[in-house]
Design a protein around this ligand. Sequence first.
Ligand SMILES: N[C@@H](CCC(=O)N[C@@H](CS)C(=O)NCC(=O)O)C(=O)O
Length: 219
Amino acid sequence: MRLYTYHRSSASYRVRIGLEWKGIDREDRFVDLGKGQQLEAAYLEENPEGRVPLLVDGDVRLGQALAILEYLEEKVPEPPLLPKDLAGRARVRQLALLVVADIQPLQNTGPLVYLGEALEVSDPLRFQWYKHWVHRGLSAFEAHLARDPATGRFCHGDAPTLADVCVVPQLVNWCRNAGGDLSEWPHLARVFEACQALEAFQRAAPERQPDSPDAPPQA
Ligand SMILES: N[C@@H](CCC(=O)N[C@@H](CS)C(=O)NCC(=O)O)C(=O)O
């Protein structure tokens, strides 16, 4: 499989976690969002959405991290990232979508750059926008974890699911951009710690990717 990815992309990070969790080998192709490579003709040829991630598996070519993760789940069911029961699967998808549909798009590079360059919104106001929407979304996520007995060591039960796969990159992004404090969200903080102890999550981390300036030297 070939993954078009960028070390700082939280959507790519979700897919990297899924691939690592399932032990699926991949070949990385790096798209430098900092240099705008996602909007260059060569990449738009690969993915007309102009975003990462993109997974290519033979004739299958998929953008949208959640669609990719569901594809991987069906192709390589073990170890699973969705629970066995119908209600559990729906809850996990709800939590995943809270990040994928309601938080990340409002703080994504493209819209933030547009706010700055086209609408001339100042950096402090753009940061206020970022903090407002991410904080609101993560607070809703925390409320779900706090009130639902299905929450376990992880977002749903005692094994990671797509909910953890989606929320961890968003939390890493929050820590990087907004000071690193998760103390107001104790359930999220606990789940985050449980995930970060797992090798699959560690191997998928931004600073471990070869395109990161913090990457360890390659053998
Ligand atoms: N809904 C998409 C979002 C993908 C996305 O927003 N990717 C970001 C990086 S995290 C990107 O490529 N941004 C570049 C841009 O918006 O120009 C998914 O979940 O895969």
